[in-house]
Design a protein around this ligand. Structure first.
Ligand SMILES: Nc1ncnc2c1ncn2[C@@H]1O[C@H](COP(=O)(O)OP(=O)(O)OP(=O)(O)O)[C@@H](O)[C@H]1O
Ligand SMILES: [Mg+2]
Length: 445
């Protein structure tokens, strides 16, 4: 393919189930050229992009050449115009409607993935029919390289997040610098854990590393949520009690799925997030949440009882760190310790949500947890003094007692914030309690 004016060749092997679920053998004139073959080592061939025809200098053109030069573009323009009108009537996106063709029959147009489905359906299909962990790498790369990046939506510790378009659909592109290659790799790896997909976990689409000659750009492509993070959402909006229950239930559903081990060949390991905070949770169009930023997560191998990466416990965001992380007493040998630390941070996120509820016309302004006890960029020592030494926690206002849902939320928070991490609630317990609030609020009516 042609990338920033440079030719690049990718050779790849694809397993049969992947090949059956996807169609690849397509080329886009002058931008990509694809050949598929089906015997051992048959990809030992050299491909070249078609070179543009070299036109003679106009000084040597005779009347015949001039006629050709004038009439051919006019004809081509007319054909293009007619095709454009047909396309306008028929469809908007060439990826979606073209009929599925057999892989032995390469197509000549620019499409690659050809299932007549949206990105979401495509990923859904792959999660259930393929390895259960995402799209094949070649498809991921091709999707990433056909994205049009449009606007910068945010910046974090590990790079920038952009809104992009793929085939008419919005996608989020997180661009890491080559310095942060390990974070990029780790986040992509975690997102592609078998059976991780869940409506309350950010939908991963693709990872790509693109060398532009000077440096390597590392991309993570995911679903785009226009309301931004929960922090952005709560800063802009006050919410109703029902709105609070919906947000709280969706966050804990995502976290419970992450924490849960599913046993079996298509099972998933237990995962602890280690950086739960309102900036790492996104708000979807329907006002439910998706947990994002899995780059610091750890997986548990329950058979060997091991954690998959060497431990540096102090990796999250200081403001949200559990007391046992701040004073370095966390027992990293036990995987449950990491889940319990997530629960403490979740309690702080719940406090941020609940404050934005209107109770008898009173709505607190949005604030970060411990806003009244530490500075805007607290050090580990600042946090340790407040959380471990003085044993302070965010204030639970009296007016919350006047509303059943807020009373329950306040109680959950307290039970997430115990210094003794083993006394904290589990994600499943919290999910059950908030589900009851959800049923009582009777969302269906
Ligand atoms: N998938 C997405 N859809 C829409 N907006 C997003 C998406 N992912 C991230 N954002 C926006 O981009 C911002 C930056 O995200 P990023 O994860 O890089 O940094 P952060 O969470 O703010 O900080 P940190 O680096 O500590 O995680 C988010 O706060 C959010 O507003
Ligand atoms: Mg983040």
């Amino acid at each position: 393919m042609l990338t920033n004016g440079k030719e690049e060749v990718i050779k790849s092997c694809i397993s049969l189930p992947e090949l059956n679920a996807q169609v690849f053998c397509r080329s886009s004139n002058n931008i990509t050229r694809t050949e598929c073959c089906f015997s051992d080592f048959c990809n030992n061939i050299t491909l070249q992009l078609p070179t543009a025809a070299v036109s003679p200098s106009p000084a040597h053109w005779g009347p015949v050449e001039l006629t050709v030069v004038v009439t051919v573009p006019v004809c081509l323009l007319s054909i293009a115009f007619t095709l454009a009108i047909c396309a306008w009537h028929g469809r908007q996106c060439p990826y979606r409607k073209s009929k599925r063709q057999s892989i032995e029959e390469p197509l000549s147009d620019g499409s690659l993935v050809n299932t007549g489905k949206s990105l979401k359906d495509l990923i859904c299909d792959m999660s259930t029919s393929g390895s259960g962990s995402g799209l094949p790498l070649l498809v991921q790369r091709t999707i990433a390289r056909t994205i049009i990046v449009q606007e910068l939506v945010g910046k974090g510790r590990f790079g920038e997040v952009w809104r992009g378009k793929w085939c008419g659909e919005d996608v989020a592109v997180k661009i890491f610098s080559s310095r942060d290659e390990r974070s990029w790799f780790r986040e992509a790896e975690i997102y592609q854990t078998v059976m991780l997909r869940h409506e309350n976990i950010l939908g991963f689409i693709a990872a790509d590393n693109k060398d532009n000659g000077t440096w390597t750009q590392l991309w993570l492509v995911s679903e785009y949520h226009e309301q931004g993070s929960l922090f952005d959402y709560l800063s802009r909006n006050a919410i109703t009690i029902d709105g609070m229950i919906k947000l709280a239930l969706s966050v804990i559903s995502g976290l419970a799925h992450l924490h849960m081990e599913i046993v079996g060949t298509q099972g998933k390991p237990a995962i602890a997030h280690r950086d739960i905070k309102s900036k790492n949770i996104l708000v979807k169009k329907n006002e439910t949440c998706a947990i994002a930023d899995l780059g610091l997560a750890v997986k548990h191998d329950s058979v060997l009882n091991t954690i998959d990466i060497p431990q540096n416990p102090r990796v999250g965001t200081k403001r949200y760190m559990a007391p046992e992380i701040l004073d370095d007493t966390i027992n990293t040998e036990i995987f449950e310790s990491f889940k319990r630390a997530d629960i403490y941070s979740l309690g702080l996120v719940y406090w941020e949500i609940a404050r934005r509820c209107s109770v008898g016309g009173i709505i607190d302004e949005y604030q970060l947890p411990y806003f009244d006890m530490v500075s805007s960029d607290p050090s580990l020592e600042d946090m340790r003094r407040v959380v471990c030494e003085q044993k302070l926690r965010p204030n639970i206002p009296n007016q919350w007692q006047s509303c059943e849902a807020l009373r329950v939320m306040g109680r959950i928070m307290r039970e997430c914030w115990y210094t003794n991490s083993t006394a904290r609630l589990t994600a499943l317990r919290i999910k059950k309690t908030i589900s009851q609030l959800y049923i009582a609020a009777d969302f269906k009516s």
